[in-house]
Design a protein around this ligand. Structure first.
Ligand code: MSP
Length: 499
């Protein structure tokens, strides 16, 4: 099966921060999970480089937009591989191939009769690149809204209102969590949708609207179409080509709650107008905050650099902390003390210690290679069955869009294996056959555990598997028992962090 996963494309107006890293980690965790299942996955990310927000930031820095965005886009592009995230397509909205695609996309809307020329008069937040109909302050950035009046092309959004409501009602999994789905439904059912202003003349920093001098595409229309242009390497593939549709058929967008309307209302409406299928799912995450404030480059006091955090604790620690603690759709207030406490407790004391104690005992008492010789007792089969049922629970958590629940199940299994190890006290067992069977039970349950940890903790899981003489993990191996097993001394799996 093919899975197409996308992160939002991040504004190239500042360096990446933890908020950006979280959505990308979540998408990467899914990528690894599907790959474990043997599926093919394409992960797309990128940078959003047009629009007034970028143009103004460049001007403030005394640079041309091109010179301003190039190093920032590069920062995003290099951050992901340095954190063990393999982005398959990194799309920049200024790339010629993307611009060709965005122009072709616009043409489809025009051909459908959904674009007309009018005049936009109203309020706008340049930070959000979003129109507002009322208020004086942007609810997200708390800055005054700017008033604009300019000629603009409009998209007949209202035409798609009923179809959108129907689609969301018929597909309960289209938007998860359900709270976000309900929010979109009440937005759609509570008003008559106004047509959307989709071109700007106040800036020339964008994709030109073909045949309409002075107009560039509204930056969100340009940005949303990267989800399709990222599937076409040179921007020439037709939308209907199998090379695009084989991924698009099963597309999941990972987004933050602040960009829900763009993805759950505007984007599906644009796709319907263009005659293209809708993505399968939107997984909507909450915000990371610091002392209650959204981590955001517009508030420097909130900035936590993911590179600095991972530099001290390791990429896996960064992944684990956020993937486990951010429950589906909820906000998480970041605290360095809670980070250190979680990592030491889960990775050093629980998972890491289990591997070290088990491997050193198996080396000492059984020479690092042995087979199950005595019959399994109930306590052994209970633990082995628990490893398998944890696999089912983790799969359910992913299917429901909530890997954090999966991470909690996984660490519970590690605690249960630790408890078994402690209760059986194999270092006191004199009977050779029972000792071998006890340590075999630990080996096999840890083998399953390392499969389940691998989407969350890729580096640590690989280390642990090497210590157990195991190669690459695959979901199918869960519950498949090897009769002869080994261990290798490979050093500690995770070292405690100093507070
Ligand atoms: N460029 C648009 C997205 C276009 S997608 C076609 C944009 N960029 S952004 O850089 O402002 O935000 C990108 C993503 O990062 C959004 O999903 C946003 O929710 C997420 N985050 C930014 N700050 C965040 C936190 N503090 N916490 C969690 N995610 C947040 O919007």
């Amino acid at each position: 099966m093919n899975h197409y996963l996308t992160t939002p494309i991040y504004y190239a107006s500042g360096s990446p921060h933890l908020g950006h890293a979280y959505t990308t980690l979540l998408a990467d965790c899914y990528k690894r999970y599907y790959q474990l299942q043997g599926d093919d996955v394409l992960l797309a990310s990128g940078t959003d480089e047009h629009g007034q927000k970028i143009e103004r930031a460049a001007r403030a820095a005394g640079l041309s937009p091109e010179a301003f965005i190039a190093p920032l886009s590069q920062e995003f592009q290099t951050l992901w591989p340095s954190r063990g995230i393999e982005v398959d397509r990194f799309e920049r909205t200024t790339a010629p191939a993307h611009k060709r695609y965005a122009t072709a996309f616009w043409r489809r809307l025009e051909t459908a009769g959904d674009i007309y020329l009018g005049r936009y008069q109203g309020l706008y937040c340049v930070e959000c690149e979003q129109y507002f109909t009322e208020g004086t302050l942007c609810p997200v950035h708390r800055r005054p809204l700017e008033s604009f009046s300019e000629p603009s092309y409009f998209f007949r959004l209202g035409r798609f209102q009923d179809a959108l409501i129907q689609h969301i009602r018929d597909n309960p999994q289209f938007i998860v969590p359900a709270t976000r789905r309900n929010e979109v439904l009440s937005f759609l059912e509570g008003q008559t949708l106004k047509d959307l202003s989709v071109s700007r003349t106040a800036t020339s920093w964008g994709v030109p609207v073909a045949g309409a001098e002075g107009h560039v595409q509204y930056v969100w229309v340009d940005a949303l179409s990267t989800y399709l242009s990222a599937l076409s390497l040179d921007g020439t593939a037709r939308f209907e080509d199998e090379s695009i549709q084989c991924w698009w058929r099963n597309a999941t967008h990972f987004i933050g709650k602040d960009i829900l309307t763009f993805h759950a209302v505007y984007w599906p409406a644009l796709l319907l107008s263009a005659g293209l299928p809708l993505p399968r799912q939107l997984i909507v995450n909450g915000w990371l905050t610091v002392e209650g404030l959204k981590i955001s480059k517009s508030d420097p006091s909130t900035i936590v650099d993911p590179r600095a955090l991972a530099g001290q604790a390791g990429s896996d620690a960064l992944r684990w902390y956020f993937l486990k603690n951010v429950s589906l759709g909820q906000d998480l207030d970041f605290s360095a003390a809670h980070f250190v406490q979680t990592i030491n407790s889960d990775l050093a004391n629980n998972f890491g210690n289990l591997i070290s104690r088990f491997v050193s005992l198996a080396q000492k008492r059984l020479g690092g290679s042995w087979r199950q010789v005595a019959d399994l007792e109930t306590r052994d089969t209970i633990l082995l069955a628990q490893a398998v049922s944890t696999g089912d629970a983790v799969a359910t958590a992913f299917a429901q869009g909530d890997p954090s629940e999966g991470a909690r199940q996984v660490i519970r299994l590690a605690s249960d294996i630790n408890a078994y190890f402690q209760q059986q006290a194999p270092w006191k067992i004199g009977d050779e056959a029972r000792l071998a069977t006890t340590l075999w039970t630990v080996h096999q349950s840890v083998a399953d555990l390392t499969i389940l940890t691998s989407p969350f903790l890729p580096e640590i899981s690989t280390k642990a598997r090497h210590a157990l003489g195991l190669g690459q993990a695959s979901w199918r191996q869960i519950g498949q028992r090897d009769h002869v097993v080994s261990t290798f001394e490979t050093g500690p799996v995770y070292l405690r962090l100093e507070p």
